[in-house]
Write a protein that binds this ligand. Structure first.
Ligand SMILES: [Zn+2]
Ligand SMILES: [Zn+2]
Length: 265
């Protein structure tokens, strides 16, 4: 099915396919960032003002720098995606196209398994990137944003982007995933990264303690990583930080404080 749309027969066609996908991936980053910016910082500004994590101002030209790094990251993520398509076309992946092969029930299960593998990979990669030498080498770029924004979500040094881009192509080598689930996961990655860098707590009061929210990372959780460095290394879920005792003790009080106010109650 996918084969009908893609011609990997020449370098020109590969270059064209890469260029189109770069456009799509960068456009997706820009659109998701703009939507979150306008919804929470313009349209619903008054309602969410008290949920801003801190009153500190962003550095001058911070957004421009983040967008530039994010464009490079988008290109690296594009190469990863093109690589995944190439692997698929050459029969090297466990990707399948017919839902009935594993059944409907397997779609969310495969998504969850892929996210758990991604979580574990990212957590240990992230801890490693906080070793002083590695931090100074490339992870410093992401932490240049102390007060984050939707534009921070793809703002990484190219080395970090490459390391992040390796895991999904690795997962699809052995984990059967429907291609629709892979697309859903790629969009989910963009949306959650944007929410986590929004610097506004958007989840409802009590969320951080309910059956789902206690496992799920949001803006309060990740903002503490950007301000304190030593805590909250997780990506989607809180459990790795809980197991390895790296969750900030300030997280639950901060979440409570940001979700308890007169204007949002
Ligand atoms: Zn970090
Ligand atoms: Zn971050």
């Amino acid at each position: 099915m996918i084969e009908e749309f893609i011609d990997f027969g020449s370098w020109q066609s590969i270059a064209l396919f890469t260029a189109i996908n770069f456009g799509v991936i960068f456009f997706r980053y820009v659109m998701v960032s703009l939507i979150f910016h306008f919804v929470f910082k313009v349209i619903l500004k008054n309602r969410y003002e008290s949920r801003r994590i801190s009153d500190k101002l962003r550095k001058p030209k911070q957004s421009q720098k983040e967008i530039l790094w994010s464009a490079i990251t988008s290109f690296i993520f594009t190469l990863s995606f093109v690589g995944m398509v190439w692997l698929y076309l050459n029969g090297k992946t466990a990707i399948y196209t017919n839902v009935s092969e594993y059944g409907w029930w397997y779609l969310p299960i495969s998504l969850l398994i892929a996210m758990l593998i991604h979580e574990a990979y990212y957590y240990f990669l992230h801890r490693w990137m906080h070793r002083p030498k590695i931090f100074k080498l490339f992870h410093y770029v992401h932490h240049d944003s102390v007060v984050t924004s939707p534009w921070t979500s793809f703002s990484f040094h190219p080395i970090e982007s490459i390391l992040q881009a390796l895991i999904i192509p690795f997962i699809i080598l052995f984990l059967p995933m429907h291609f629709g689930v892979i697309f859903f996961m790629l969009i989910l990655m963009t949306v959650t990264a944007t929410i986590n860098h929004l610097h506004i707590e958007i989840y409802p009061k009590g969320f951080a303690k309910n059956w789902f929210g206690k496992w799920w990372i949001g803006s309060s959780h990740h903002s503490l990583h950007h301000s304190k460095y030593r805590f909250n290394y997780g990506l989607y879920f809180t459990f790795m930080d809980s197991v390895f005792k790296t969750e900030s003790p300030e997280y639950l009080p901060l979440f409570e404080e940001k979700t308890t106010s007169k204007t949002t109650a």
